[in-house]
Write a protein that binds this ligand. Structure first.
Ligand SMILES: Cc1cc2nc3c(=O)[nH]c(=O)nc-3n(C[C@H](O)[C@H](O)[C@H](O)COP(=O)(O)O)c2cc1C
Length: 202
């Protein structure tokens, strides 16, 4: 259904470091960067993976947190009316996108200023970001910050969603990864995340 030719694949291999080197780099990062990992993700019935209790994007977000020591923030709508069934969810989210909605989200990061690096993760929905991610982007001042986008999808790749130019942030190359890989092949997902963040010097 979502397979197209313009898939953005995960970054290539070839930059592996030993665990010891990695640990040192991680510690340096933790002192040099203040990292936030904000993500939106859904449980319930999902394309290609059945009924899931942890969302595909959430799994990637947690791998990133583990590798970087960053803080996690889940982007959650205050009124979570998203259907748990996949087909119903596609219908509901299509209307939300057509309306260019900005669903109110839970919580506010009061000390947002302290972060210099923000990973922003989401599933691709209808070739776009889910609307609560736009609410999140509208809620904070990103100028002077670095954004690293990551998205899970089932074949379409980022679909240009990683731009985020309007935020005024410096946006680095993102990671697009198959949702079913995140869900079912943890080692492979971890390898792709590690290659990506190491490549960008994080
Ligand atoms: C409403 C909806 C729309 C989707 N649209 C796309 C799409 O345009 N392209 C694509 O490759 N996958 C699409 N998918 C698949 C999801 O991007 C994929 O399953 C993702 O990994 C789900 O992540 P999550 O478990 O973190 O919510 C869609 C899924 C849903 C529920």
């Amino acid at each position: 259904m979502f397979r197209t030719n313009n898939e953005i694949k995960g970054v290539g291999c070839g930059h592996y470091r030993t665990n010891a080197t990695y640990e040192i780099l991680k510690e340096q990062n933790m002192s040099n960067h203040k990292i936030l990992i904000a993500y939106f993700s859904k449980t319930g019935e999902q394309y290609g993976v059945g009924n899931i209790t942890e969302g595909n994007t959430a799994i990637i977000a947690k791998i990133i947190a583990d590798k970087t020591g960053g803080d996690l923030f889940e982007i959650k709508p205050v009124n979570d009316n998203y259907p748990k069934g996949y087909t119903e969810l596609t219908r509901y989210s299509k209307v939300e996108k057509q309306q260019n909605a900005r669903p109110e989200i839970v919580g506010h990061i009061d000390d947002f200023d302290k972060y210099d690096t923000i990973f922003i993760g989401y599933p691709i929905w209808w070739g776009d970001k889910p609307m609560p991610v736009y609410t999140f982007l509208d809620s904070y001042d990103f100028s002077g910050k670095t954004i690293l986008p990551f998205a899970t999808h089932e074949g379409s790749g980022f679909m240009g969603t990683q731009g985020m130019d309007k935020t005024g942030a410096k946006v680095l190359r993102g990671l697009g990864i198959y949702g079913h890989v995140a869900q079912n092949s943890h080692a492979q997902a971890e390898q792709q995340v590690t290659a990506w963040i190491n490549d960008l010097g994080y």
